[in-house]
Design a protein around this ligand. Sequence first.
Ligand code: DGL
Length: 266
Amino acid sequence: MIGIFDSGLGGLSALKEVRRLLPFEDIVYFGDTGRVPYGTRSRETIIKYSLQDMHFLASHNIDAVLVACGTVSSNALVILREKYPSIPIIGVIDAGVRAAAKATRNKIIGIAGTPSTIGSGAFDTGLRAISPDFKIISSACPLFVPLVENGFVSKDEEITRLAAEIHLQPIIEAGADTLILGCTHYPIIAPSIAKVIPNASLINVGAAAAEELRDIITARGMHDTEREGAVKYYVSDEPQGFERIASIFLGEEITDKVTRIDIEKY
Ligand code: DGL
């Protein structure tokens, strides 16, 4: 069984790819909808929340965890791995960096992320380690997560396109041919983002991490049995909003499959 968590809906961009690549795995997904957003909070708070999220997932019979959150991956991954040394824990930074380095042709790479992820410099550090020649332009995008969590996700949402235009202006002006969507919420509004930067490759870091997870599961022979995997969804606030937006993004009805838990107990 695979555990996946995020502050809310964002991790579904990774879950979708995990299900495609590992269709026989059972998945337990936790979205901390009662405490979203994480990306504007202090590192201490992000660590505290992510440890609770991890404790919750570890109360299931999990073989591996995908931290489907750029904010947690850039601030707390080391601590989660220290606490749970026997569980493979995969973050989104390294996989996202590799995918971007592979995609760029003109070596101008934009990074969009939450204020906390951009402040951590995690993607920049990873890119610089691959090549000092990359020109990197980072932009914190605080409006994107609330837009997703509040359902402004259709490709025709004018407010989402406008937010993208404002947040991504420096990256567009620099001529980036590759844009790391450094927060897992952003692929959910990728059509609006693509409208303002149409020629760039958009890097879905959750999907890239899902490939890394598939490789680990395959190498360790941890595959579940040959039946379609089941997904259980948990959230920390009322499930209705999550069910509605998740159903649109996943293209399947998940109403009545979502359970509310009290994350403060973990
Ligand atoms: N989806 C998360 C990320 O990848 C968190 C967004 C937030 O809660 O601010 O950064």
